[in-house]
Design a protein around this ligand. Structure first.
Ligand code: C2E
Ligand code: MG
Ligand code: MG
Ligand code: MG
Length: 274
């Protein structure tokens, strides 16, 4: 009996793994055609100065609406793209879109940040694309910010440091994304040419409930400011969270409280209604 149920369980897991693999294969195949099929788009989420309510930055976030799979979350497809070289093409596409959108309302009054995956940090083709866009006059480097996760920095500190220094020389700003989740040593903060720390959403979510989270957020803000860095808090959804972050001197706040990520058309519509 035990044996049989054991086999049953095994078969059950086997099916689940099969399903998972089939989905990954379909994502991989679909993603190859996504750009050509016009299935990719960008949404932009504001980062707001809590003292004035002004939008200082918009984070560009990729969306994939697949004809076959429907809308696939970036958490899922970016991971697949990273395992292959597809992330290089996706980022190439993204930089072209951002350069174009940066001249449109309301983006033209703010900075724009883009996300770079750890994996592509090992090649500098993304840098070439950025340089081309700057040389063409399509992109103003002083209005661009690049977000890199801590894990990208930890994986290859020397290379990341070198690449960041090169892009900083172009006038581009640098943010560490999801700060607090990536096991980076504090020494990195001193040695890397960074402008912003983005405190991960997981520390912001419970600040009204959990005194430890409040302490972490307060301390990160004090430390960042002492090091000459600005702080962005991710994922603020409530007025209470925003009030706490503002009191602590957080420079920018991003989250559903202010706005969800929106298409350019929706941003314009919001402006007209306000
Ligand atoms: P991220 O860079 O940390 O982006 C912030 C994520 O938090 C976004 O999820 C955003 O929609 C979500 N978010 C913002 N405010 C709130 C809030 O108040 N509540 C909640 N629950 N969520 C909030 P999204 O768009 O699903 O992107 C997930 C991740 O996928 C991003 O995390 C980023 O790591 C990656 N990603 C998205 N677009 C790109 C891209 O173009 N290139 C690369 N390399 N990665 C990307
Ligand atoms: Mg980001
Ligand atoms: Mg983030
Ligand atoms: Mg995050």
């Amino acid at each position: 009996y035990a044996k049989e149920s054991g086999r049953g369980r095994y078969a059950f897991f086997d099916t689940r793994i099969d399903e998972r693999n089939r989905r990954l294969v379909r994502i991989k195949q679909g993603l190859r055609q996504a750009e050509a099929n016009g299935e990719l788009s960008l949404v932009y989420q504001p980062e707001v100065d809590p003292n004035t309510g002004e939008v200082r930055m918009y984070e560009a976030l990729m969306r994939w609406n697949s004809a076959e799979l429907g809308s696939v979350s970036p958490a899922e497809f970016i991971a697949v793209a990273e395992e292959t070289d597809m992330i290089v093409d996706l980022t190439r596409w993204l930089i072209g879109e951002v350069a174009r959108d940066s001249h449109q309302e309301p983006l033209k009054h703010s900075k724009i940040s883009i996300n770079l995956s750890p994996r592509q940090f090992r090649s500098d083709s993304w840098q070439d694309r950025v340089r081309d866009a700057i040389q063409d006059g399509a992109l103003d480097p002083t209005r661009l910010c690049i977000e890199v996760t801590e894990s990208a920095l930890v994986e290859d500190f020397a290379l990341a440091n070198e690449q960041l220094r090169e892009i900083k020389q172009l006038g581009i700003e640098v943010a560490i994304d999801d700060f607090g989740t990536g096991y980076s040593s504090l020494a990195y903060l001193k040695r890397l040419p960074i402008d912003y720390l983005k405190i991960d959403r997981s520390f912001v979510a419970d600040i009204h409930l959990d005194p430890d989270d409040r302490t972490i957020v307060e301390t990160v803000i004090v430390m960042a400011h002492a090091l000459g860095l600005k702080v962005v808090a991710e994922g603020a959804e409530t007025e209470q969270q925003v009030a706490f972050l503002r009191e602590q001197g957080c420079d920018l706040i991003q989250g559903y409280f202010y706005a969800r990520p929106l298409t350019l058309a929706a941003l314009v519509e919001n402006m007209e209604n306000s």
